[in-house]
Write a protein of this length. Sequence first.
Length: 343
Amino acid sequence: MPRIDLENFITGIPKAELHMHLEGSIEAELMFELARRNSVALQWDTPEALRAAYHFQDLQSFLEIFWAGCAVLRQEQDFYDLTMAYLRRARQDNVRRAELFLGLQSFTLNGVSVKTVMDGVLRAFDDAARELGVSAALMVIAQRHRSEEAAFALLDAIEPWLPRIAAIGLGGPELGNPPSKFAEFFRTCKQRGLRVVIHAGEEGSAAYVREALQLGAVRIDHGNACLDDPDLVQELATQGVPLTVCPLSNLKLRVVADLDRHPLKRLMDAGLMVTVNSDDPSYFGGYIAENLVECQRALDLSPADIITLARNSFIASFMSAHEKAAALEEIDRYVQEHARGAG
Ligand code: ADE
Ligand code: ZN
């Protein structure tokens, strides 16, 4: 397929995004608009100056800017605008399903109530389903540099919204904060029937991925480092535990030196259920289709690889079996139409 056709094919194929932090989708212009709206001072003079600061040494150096950006989000309408802006942008990449992270502690510790955040985000989900045909689900993250006690306090605070929360996650600075630090917390989440997903193996080792699996994570967010432990790869493959891989994030946070050295294809070849995602697209320079396009070029992915990744994104999602079947049929139709167009 000629390059331009392959790019269009990638952008247009129906897909799900399973690893995207709502706070990480705030474009510089929106950050400035919300700073003005809420009289919050920013340390940059213009959106261009802010964007110019997006050079990161590692995860920690990124998280400092990411958390600074959270300070502009204060009112229900801000969370609505943020969420709607992401969902509109994702729709341009033919995202039909978006399962989105939110690190609520960043807001509650700024004095914003859980209700303010949830009302804004969930109103946008409802409008996006109606207006854009995108179904969205929310995953609330406990921040791993905070205590397990703080995670339990978060669980208490979100109690009234649990029916609308698809999973509980673990995010933030990985090194020195292994999943096992939250063993009791995740045991409680599981006992209460909540799904658990855990960021592991981004900067951390394969041992962190193993811990995440042992704590009952139904998806591993990132998971790159599992390749260092062949037995672990086998377990993940046998159990069909998905990895939500984020290639441009890995490049920007220097988890990989170059995209052509990214483990995406090796993970796929090892028989793992791999998906491609954008993580924090406004900071890392690419939404989901750009992640796929850049990987296609760097790793010479075939059209069949792209179709596998699109199928995996729905299979690994928390949609119902019926919704998954419908989404997979839609991919089949898309591929057939493309084949007809090419022939
Ligand atoms: N929060 C936002 N982006 C993250 C990442 N890449 N890893 C861990 N926590 C995050
Ligand atoms: Zn992430």
